[in-house]
Design a protein around this ligand. Sequence first.
Ligand code: SAH
Ligand code: F3S
Length: 468
Amino acid sequence: MNRVFIRTYGCQMNERDSEAVAAMLRARGYVIVDSERSADVVLLNTCSVRDQAEQKAIGKAGYLAARKKRNPDFVLGVMGCMAQNRGADLLDRLPDLDLLVGTQKFHQIPDHLDNIMASLRAQGPRPSTIIDLEAEAGSQNTIRDHLFTSEGDHAHDASAGAGEHANGSRPKQVTAFISIMQGCNMACTFCIVPKTRGEERSRPIDDIVAEAEELASRGVRDITLLGQIVTSYGRREFPFVDGKSPFVQLIERVHAIPGIARIRFTSPHPRGFKDDLVQAFRDLPKLCPNVHLPLQSGSDRILRLMNRPYTRDRYLEIIESLRRAVPEMYFSTDIIVGFPGETEEDFEQTRDIFERVGFDMAYIFKYSVRTGTPAAEMAGEVSTEDKERRNQVLLDLLHRQSLARNEQLLGRTVEVLVEGPDKVGRRLSGRTAGNRLVHFAGDARLIGELIPVKIERASAASLVGEVV
Ligand code: SAH
Ligand code: F3S
């Protein structure tokens, strides 16, 4: 009765939230299992950023609901962004849900499940759906428990959302995400996140540093600071000190933790790249030379329609200033093709800047209408064929750029943080500071170490080398 399977759709924030829910449930005596078949309870942690991600989760929930007909004790819950976005209306599509929990209520899930389990044991009439979607002050401070999990503790469906990130949940965990804030106060006209995630709320620096220290003491070496708009971290809560933003102060504090070798963050906003942050890349060796800098479009006209407060020139300036600070910097980005009214000339501007910057990695999205956002009301729908073609043009460019950048490493020796066995299990894998994936033969005792690897083969996606 107490085996729970959590399936996660979407971004790293969702993954981190699922980990926290799993940890809280384990502390209550639930067992987290790695397949829905063996579970008594299935929780879907959902994504709303594009329609496809919502449809996937709805499809899955519908399929699982059928199981309740055979097994009346089976419990099904939907949590996270789609629960927040669609609210109780979701029950029109999925009347058999036991639980519908919003993005500020993850920490209530153990109580809710306990209640459901108690009424199942009492064998009374089946309780109606528990709906918990309110905003809650201080909820950003609840996503914090890091319990170490075994492989496959919860499945992740990367194709549904912002992309894949290799955060192995392995016996010896080398990399970890720390959620530093929730919500976003920007109003990009295409984006549902401000609705699903609410207002910006930041955790105190001391709490985050304590969590990082705890992780370091258990062997974590590589930390990614996570939030919807991390460059706005603490903007309203905490003061600037010596001209440094709260975000830069936070990075400096994490940087001072001895066991931590590498620090990354995602996602920032271009607007947050002031001198203090650029300076941090120059001064702090643990701050990795890879920046994810969402561009969305290379056309000033489209950027204005998107309500993105920068121009292509300003974006290029930021790239230049970061390259001056760290010449070998790796850049990744998010692009939307087919925003309403995007013409061939607009797209050409995007293609041009994509090539000029030479992005090493990118998530390229076809615009998806999100009901309730300003862009949903805009004229100039772009045809599916045009979106598809523009998408393909950028994917081809990305493939070439990524391959060229990896080939530059051929014959060179790079420092790799060993994360664990690779997918096939015969070799080890790890990442360079620039976040390139490297495979090599080696002993499992190397996991968690920084080692020199000589690169012998390169593809667009990964490198193969030999430990020196
Ligand atoms: N700052 C957040 C953004 C969340 S959405 C973060 O990265 O965590 C992630 C990406 O999805 C955005 O950068 C954008 O490129 C894409 N996206 C958001 N809304 C979209 C929509 N309506 N259609 C297509 N792509 C979208
Ligand atoms: Fe979305 Fe823009 Fe915030 S993309 S998450 S509204 S910065």
